[in-house]
Design a protein around this ligand. Structure first.
Ligand SMILES: [Zn+2]
Length: 179
């Protein structure tokens, strides 16, 4: 019973992108609304290209593309979310990113956030909050962790995190963590 309570507590309080203690998710279904944008802001072009290149490599599908998922700066509708994947009832999707956050972080952190949101919108993935204990403290076993992988963690194990993102195979990450 105590374990069940702890599990429920964990789900309730770590279920947000970016910061703990928020109860909502950054993969949001919207009814009776149309998406705000039709095309992607050029600020995200190189990240989209990298996601497609990595996706092709990791999945073995040379035609892997992001497709019709515009990415733009705007209101994520929750100040705790640096990014959000909106899914509309007409089947369209879009990603919205907080510009103030984007402008305040380095390229690794930006990629970690954007690829997490593409994990929701393009790959259809939900959050995976698995942690593993290592000699260097607890480590996230997925970029789909509700609290996104930070710049240093991502930079140190980028290739292994990308392998898990596209294939859900954690072996590369476990090796990287010497487990
Ligand atoms: Zn998320």
């Amino acid at each position: 019973m105590k374990q069940l309570f702890l599990l429920i507590f964990t789900i309730l309080f770590v279920n947000a992108c970016g910061v703990p203690l928020s109860l909502r998710k950054d993969r949001v279904s919207k009814k009776d609304e149309s998406r705000q944008y039709a095309t992607t802001d050029s600020a995200f072009a190189t990240y989209v290209a990298t996601f497609e290149q990595q996706g092709a490599q990791k999945t073995g599908n040379p035609d892997f593309k992001v497709g019709d998922i515009p990415i733009n700066f705007g209101d994520t509708e929750n100040p705790h979310f640096q990014g959000v994947c909106f899914e509309y009832s007409d089947g369209t999707k879009e990603i919205i990113v907080q510009k103030a956050w984007w402008d305040s972080v380095d390229q690794n952190y930006r990629e970690s956030l954007l690829f997490h949101e593409l994990g929701h919108c393009r790959l259809g993935r939900e959050h995976d909050n698995t942690l593993v204990a290592t000699n260097d403290g607890d480590k996230k076993l997925s970029m789909m962790s509700a609290v996104i992988v930070n710049s240093n963690e991502y930079n140190a194990n980028r290739d292994a995190y990308l392998t898990e993102l596209f294939t859900q195979n954690v072996n590369s990450l476990l090796s990287a963590f010497s487990l």
